[in-house]
Design a protein. Structure first.
Length: 516
């Protein structure tokens, strides 16, 4: 290829850098000069704006509110169930003892977490609060919960209670103490570990609405007590080193949501206005022509205009006859609304938003009319990986800290037997959190696939039941109980159990006994 030569005869370089993305002279790149930021600085001045705009979009945009609820429904659903998994080997237990301990702890945790006394304000259960934790992370980027010790509460079995606070209350005091490294309300030590949180006594927006309260004060809450017990549960996902506050999930699509909302409202308004006009009346007469027509200066013209103003095309009924004024011509009105390309354009815009939120457009709009089985399944599988990642985060960063706080109290009360609890804290508190299943598009086809995977040893009962949000041990145990009771009931009523269930009786042989 022949080079382009300059005035001095030397070749002209098309790019001033080795990487085209770093060019500062290219026409498409010359005005793209984002400022350099750190994990802390990029949110220090903009977090409040992002949070306020996200809350406004959630309040006023139907699709945005629906997308947030879709995320909550798929991540949390009715709540995550505890599956206690104490390290039996390290604790010196056999599997039977570990199972009995886990079953007892799960039952007591469920009773504690399902009561409204879980909430210090007695307004939420643990599972409802978990849904709000996810909601806060989507809209505000983070959630903040404060564990309280409230003894002798009426109807409360335990003193441990959790209180949720608005993230806007976590902020640096107006006059911070000296020699304290406080960033956006989080006090850190020299290695960047949060050691305390500064929480104001009310939300900044309530300063003008609370009667008699004008002075805003901050309380310093250490991250943990001296014995290691948590005092703050700050749940967010840091994406950069040095980031101490969470960024709203809606941040990348806020502008698109706002612009699309404005466009949709204008499109609907135009369609309504166009449909209000049924015909157009044209007149070739100006003021002078009307004066010559009526042979007078003012009054005939004014009476003519008054008569025309009183005439309403919207009052016309079927079969009506129009009496036009002198010189008038009535023409039909053919509106250009609704826009024929409106649906495709809006769906394309929502597809962009769905990609930013990691939600397929089918889920975002609750519309599967344009999808077949394969594409719908592929979209839902992609979304399911995203939901499972969030579920893992929720279990590790919110459910487990609450579980540890409760288990510590239960052990100290003598309700749970855990010798050397503090020395073996990590061994006792190992657990998993099981959420609702992902649902099924074609149950028959998927059931056949599960059976084939089990026959080929490419899957396990644990994996299959986990997809459905179930514990395989509990389900098989329940199934065994149902079969035993059904057989007894059938025999008592003179009914053949084998004919009732379709299960043929088997004759045990020597090999079967050995396998058993």
């Amino acid at each position: 290829m022949q080079a382009i030569l300059g005035a001095d005869g030397s070749p002209i370089r098309l790019f001033d850098t080795a990487h085209r993305g770093a060019s500062k002279t290219d026409r498409e790149m010359v005005n793209w000069r984002p400022k350099e930021t750190s994990g802390f600085s990029e949110l220090s001045d903009e977090l409040g704006t992002l949070r306020n705009r996200s809350q406004d979009i959630e309040r006023n945009h139907g699709v945005a509110a629906g997308s947030i609820q879709t995320l909550i429904d798929n991540i949390v659903g009715p709540g995550l169930r505890l599956r206690a998994m104490p390290d039996a080997g390290e604790l010196g237990w056999d599997l039977e003892r570990a199972k009995e301990w886990a079953d007892d702890v799960e039952k007591k945790w469920e009773r504690y977490s399902s009561a409204q006394t879980f909430d210090a304000a007695r307004l939420q259960t643990a599972h409802i609060m978990a849904a709000n934790v996810v909601r806060y992370r989507i809209i505000c980027g983070e959630s903040i919960c404060l564990p309280f010790w409230l003894p002798e509460r009426h109807g409360a079995e335990y003193s441990t209670a959790i209180r949720m606070v608005e993230p806007a209350r976590l902020s640096t005091p107006d006059m911070p103490p000296s020699n304290k490294d406080i960033r956006q309300g989080v006090e850190i030590n020299p290695i960047g570990e949060p050691v305390a949180y500064w929480v104001s006594n009310f939300h900044p927006a309530e300063n003008a609405t609370l009667t008699g309260v004008k002075l805003r004060r901050w309380r310093r809450i250490t991250t943990r007590m001296r014995n290691g017990r948590r005092r703050v549960i700050h749940s967010f996902e840091p994406k950069r080193a040095g980031q101490l506050r969470g960024k709203p999930l809606l941040s990348p699509v806020l502008q698109r949501f706002h612009m699309l909302d404005h466009y949709e409202r204008l499109e609907v308004q135009n369609a309504v206005l166009h449909n209000l006009i049924s015909a157009i009346v044209e007149t070739p007469l100006d003021q002078q022509g009307i004066t010559e027509l009526f042979g007078a200066e003012e009054s005939p013209y004014q009476s003519y205009l008054a008569a025309r103003n009183e005439f309403s095309m919207s009052a016309l009924k079927g079969g009506a006859i129009i009496s036009a004024f002198p010189g008038d011509t009535v023409k039909p009105f053919a509106p250009t609304r609704p826009n024929t390309a409106y649906g495709d354009f809006v769906r394309n815009a929502y597809q962009y938003i769905g990609a930013g939120l990691n939600i397929p457009v089918e889920l975002l709009l609750k519309d599967f009319t344009q999808s077949n089985y394969s594409s719908a399944r592929a979209a839902l599988m992609e979304a399911w990986r995203f939901f499972m990642g969030w579920r893992k985060w929720l279990g590790a960063y919110w459910y487990k800290p609450c579980y540890e706080l409760w288990l510590e109290e239960a052990v100290n009360r003598g309700n749970v037997d855990a010798p050397d609890f503090y020395e073996k804290f990590q061994l006792y508190t190992q657990c998993e959190w099981v959420g609702p299943g992902r649902g099924s598009i074609d149950p028959d086809r998927e059931s056949k696939a599960h059976k084939r995977d089990l026959d080929n040893a490419t899957s396990t009962l644990s994996e299959i039941y986990r997809e459905k949000g179930m514990d395989w041990r509990e389900e098989i145990s329940q199934r065994a109980k149902e079969l035993a009771f059904s057989k007894q009931l059938a025999e008592e009523n003179g009914i053949s159990f084998e004919a009732l269930t379709g299960i043929e009786p088997t004759q045990p042989n020597e090999q079967t006994n050995q396998n058993q």
